[in-house]
Design a protein around this ligand. Structure first.
Ligand code: CP
Length: 336
């Protein structure tokens, strides 16, 4: 694909070659993300960071990634602080904000809303999550992390064995990750969820059409027994009609040190897009795993900066200028 000036709306727009391009650029962002080097290659550029649903990682890491490339960030968080609360349309909002920004990142609760916004925008739009539909940049950082974890074990993504666990119906991160995995070969997926929260049928069909093996299960312990990655997800309470309805499923699949030790292979990597629900009645990924070397959740969040920097650099066409505008930092960095 041609990255320059493109919207990033869905994993479906990528070919495998494009993914490798993103990852190659992401690798080069490490000294800037680590604040060993500074680049001002996006000096003068403005990111409009429009988040109409709660977010910690995606919103802040998009902002940090843009700042680390030298750009400025302007934000709207929640409907109540936006004129959408006064009845303004997505079309008008996009026309206005794209006059103020060089690129826009957006999260919104409605499926297809970010694409609708992008149609009216005069600048590239990046999907930070549209309801239960897709979260493409999360899938990219997840696969970047999977690749990194497997490389350390002299493995590639082809032939991956992964269990996805939790609310697979509403979990946009697993929807995008499954679509991304269709670009690779010979993947074995075990999809563990309550029957009512199963992965959408069309995504299972996509995986099987790509030649992958897909197993459906309601049994956590045996599903994580022979996998490279155990990818846990949260019950997406905000997608249910009531908290009581979500409570019905909360805490169904809990991974802790004892279960991991009893059932997983010693090399199995534990992932979660976060936030994990750490309340006692949920506790899907127990704190007793926090220091486990195979817990990759904070490597995922760190990698989010690299991948989002890479996307900004590609979409705004500055990849080739970064090295030439780079210098060492000149402040005290302490011990890292
Ligand atoms: N993974 C993720 O999307 O996290 P946030 O909701 O905090 O952005």
């Amino acid at each position: 694909m041609e990255f320059t000036g493109s919207h990033i709306l869905s994993i479906e727009q990528f070919e495998r070659f494009d993914i490798e391009r993103v990852f190659t650029v992401a690798d080069t962002m490490e000294p800037y993300a680590q604040r060993r080097k500074v680049t001002r290659v996006l000096e003068g550029a403005i990111l409009g960071n429009m988040f109409f649903e709660p977010s910690t990682r995606t919103r802040v890491s998009f902002g940090c990634a843009f700042n680390l490339l030298g750009g400025e960030v302007r934000e709207t968080t929640g409907f109540e602080t936006s004129a959408i609360a006064k009845g303004e349309s997505l079309y008008d909002t996009a026309r206005v904000l794209s006059g103020y920004s060089d690129v826009i990142c957006m999260r919104h609760p409605a499926v297809g809303s970010v694409s609708e916004f992008a149609e009216a925008s005069r600048v590239p739009v990046i999907n930070g999550g549209d309801g239960p539909n897709e979260h493409p940049t999360q899938a990219l950082l997840d696969l970047y992390t999977i690749r990194q974890e497997l490389t350390a074990k002299q493995r590639g993504v082809d032939g991956l064995r992964i269990a996805m666990i939790g609310d697979l119906k509403h979990g946009r991160t697993v929807h995008s990750l499954c679509k991304l995995l269709t670009l690779y070969n010979n993947i074995q997926l075990t999809l563990v969820s309550p029957v009512e929260l199963a992965m959408p049928e069309y995504i299972v069909d996509l995986l099987r059409s790509a030649g992958h093996s897909v197993f459906i299960s309601q049994d956590l312990n045996h599903s994580i027994a022979n996998v490279d990655i155990a990818y846990s997800t949260r019950i997406q309470e905000e997608r249910f009609g009531s908290k009581d309805e979500a409570d019905h499923y909360r805490g169904r699949f809990r991974l802790n040190q004892a279960i991991y030790t009893q059932y997983c292979e010693p090399n199995t990597v534990i992932m979660h897009p976060l936030p994990r629900d750490s309340r006692a009645d949920a506790n899907e990924l127990d704190n007793d795993l926090n220091l486990h070397p195979n817990l990759a959740i904070f490597r995922q969040t760190d990698n989010g900066i690299l991948v989002r920097m890479a996307l900004f650099a590609l979409v705004l066409n500055v990849v080739e200028q970064i090295e030439g505008s780079s210098r060492d930092v000149n402040w005290y960095r302490g011990q890292r």
